[in-house]
Design a protein around this ligand. Structure first.
Ligand code: CA
Length: 509
């Protein structure tokens, strides 16, 4: 692929609009979040400087670029995805609000018309756009309810798949993102498609991560007036891999698969909680191949940032929407659970000269990301009142400012509400709520027909692989203290479990 353009291109109208920026000196922000990239799939956690900060072994993956990036970053060991599913995560990240307020309570698809990013929600991109930033979104949005609005075929969905999951997001629903190269959700990694800013569809027939990185590099170079010339930018890159499928060379690059193809299960699976009798067990080779491919492409992005002299004034985050259980806990569900492989996400943030590289154990929640990034950009006054998370920038900057550090993070699992006569899902069922504290993982799940489904308690300090579910009836003091903390957190989040007194009405002991 030829990437030789390093010449000045004629300024487009969009580029010329940069003259009107109100935040010309602010840092750029690049937010990279591959889908389903678990924190354990980062090789540096096995190195001596990092291993002591987590109680578990990392996967046998090769992630040389992220390892080097970690050495330059604050690496959060306990960041979690409050609602570890694609669409709810995206809603929380974009709005700083929990799913009930963002509008996205369930994964977006045609049969769930109510789960969609609220048009009136103030997103991080709305705020940054209003402050003069050029905002770009590349990759998987998966935050809009699919409607029959295909640009090339008005009145129809974007494909003939039923039910439809994919979606086109028209300009009026882009929340301040003025550069667009995105789609809803689609899982053919070497046959991706995108709609651009003008609504034109592109089908590049190449591995999506490489292609999206090419587009990101075009944005950085401002090759075609992707952004205002003299204004800061906010670029969000939502790679789909290492999301499933991971079954064949259709799903990853062969050069990356070659690293793992001859490894047996005993090499691939280092976590003692993994059940390699699951038919999914072969997936690890392809999953790790995509992890290594994402690493390489992320490195290419960093190289371009360096080449353009932009690294010093750019905040760059590498994270994910949730993890991947990959046979741990004997479940086929890769996400949507409180197990650490699903709930814990990578969170690496680099801001040269401002954020000191180190490992930090702060319990960062997805809701905290918007206020924290805005504050790091010098825009703490612009954090919308609707944001429900905390500004944790003082923790990252270590500047001595007062900061209310969270003592736990909320876990949310919703499932479908009842279906109407047309087969459409109405509302949602709040199936489980839980918390992660500095030591424990705690979850209560309920049944749709009433009553308690389960109580789960793991001591993550003594039992980092979560193999011993503590019987809450035998540890009443521990249980009561966790229950109290959960109730406080549900109240703080004004969660439906709080509003409907769910805990009080359960017969727990
Ligand atoms: Ca996802």
């Amino acid at each position: 692929m030829i990437r030789s353009r390093n010449i000045l291109v004629p300024l487009s109208a969009a580029a010329l609009a940069g003259c009107c920026s109100t935040q010309e000196s602010g840092p750029n922000i690049i937010y990279v979040f591959p889908d389903q990239f678990r924190n354990q799939a980062l090789a540096f956690w096995n190195s001596p400087e990092y291993a002591g900060h987590v109680g578990w072994k990392a996967d046998p993956v090769q992630t040389p670029r992220l390892d080097a990036f970690a050495d330059e970053s604050a690496v959060l060991s306990r960041a979690v995805s409050n609602c570890p599913l694609s669409s709810p995560y995206r809603g929380i990240f974009l709005t700083g609000m929990y799913p009930e307020r963002s509008g996205i309570t369930l994964n977006c698809m045609a049969e769930r018309p109510e789960s969609s990013l609220r048009e009136d929600a103030v997103c991080i991109s709305d705020v940054l756009n209003a402050q003069g930033y050029s905002c770009g979104f590349i990759g998987k949005l998966h935050a809009d309810h699919p409607t029959p609005n295909a640009p090339a075929n008005p009145g129809h969905y974007v494909s003939d798949r039923r039910p439809e999951w994919d979606a086109y997001t028209p300009a009026e629903r882009r929340h301040g993102f003025t550069y667009w190269y995105s789609y809803g959700t689609f899982d053919e990694h070497k046959n991706p498609h995108y709609w651009d800013t003008e609504g034109v569809r592109h089908d590049p027939h190449v591995w999506s991560v490489g292609h999206e990185t090419d587009k990101a590099i075009e944005f950085l170079r401002n090759e075609n007036g992707e952004r205002k010339k003299d204004a800061p930018f906010f670029l969000t890159i939502a790679y789909n891999p290492p999301h499933s499928p991971y079954e064949s060379l259709d799903d990853c690059m062969e050069e990356d698969y070659a690293i793992y193809k001859d490894m047996g299960y005993s090499e691939l699976y280092v976590r003692p909680n993994a059940d390699t009798t699951l038919t999914k067990a072969d997936a690890a080779r392809y999953y790790f191949a995509n992890v290594t491919g994402v690493d390489r492409e992320f490195g290419r992005l960093l190289d371009e940032l360096d080449r353009l002299g932009l690294s010093d004034n750019t905040i760059i985050v590498f994270t994910s929407d949730h993890g991947e259980t990959m046979c741990s806990q004997g479940t086929y569900d890769p996400k949507n659970s409180i197990y650490t492989e699903s709930f814990n996400v990578p969170f690496l943030i680099r801001y040269p000269e401002k954020i000191r590289p180190r490992v930090d154990s702060t319990l960062l929640s997805t809701v905290d990301i918007m206020p924290t990034l805005l504050s790091l950009a010098g825009l703490s006054e612009k954090i919308p009142g609707t944001a429900e998370g905390r500004d944790l920038s003082p923790v990252l900057l270590e500047n001595g400012a007062k900061c209310d550090v969270p003592d736990c993070a909320l876990y949310i699992r919703n499932t479908n509400g009842p279906k109407d006569e047309n087969g459409l899902v109405r509302g949602f069922f709040p199936a489980a709520r839980g918390i992660k504290t500095d030591r424990y993982t705690f979850e209560i799940a309920i049944r749709k027909n009433g009553g308690l489904e389960s109580v789960t308690i793991f001591d993550d300090l003594e039992d980092p692989y979560q193999m011993n579910d503590i019987d809450y009836r035998k540890e009443p003091e521990l249980f009561e203290s966790l229950l109290k903390k959960l109730a406080e957190k549900l109240k703080e989040a004004d969660d439906i479990w709080h509003r409907e007194n769910m805990i009080e009405t359960l017969e727990l002991i």
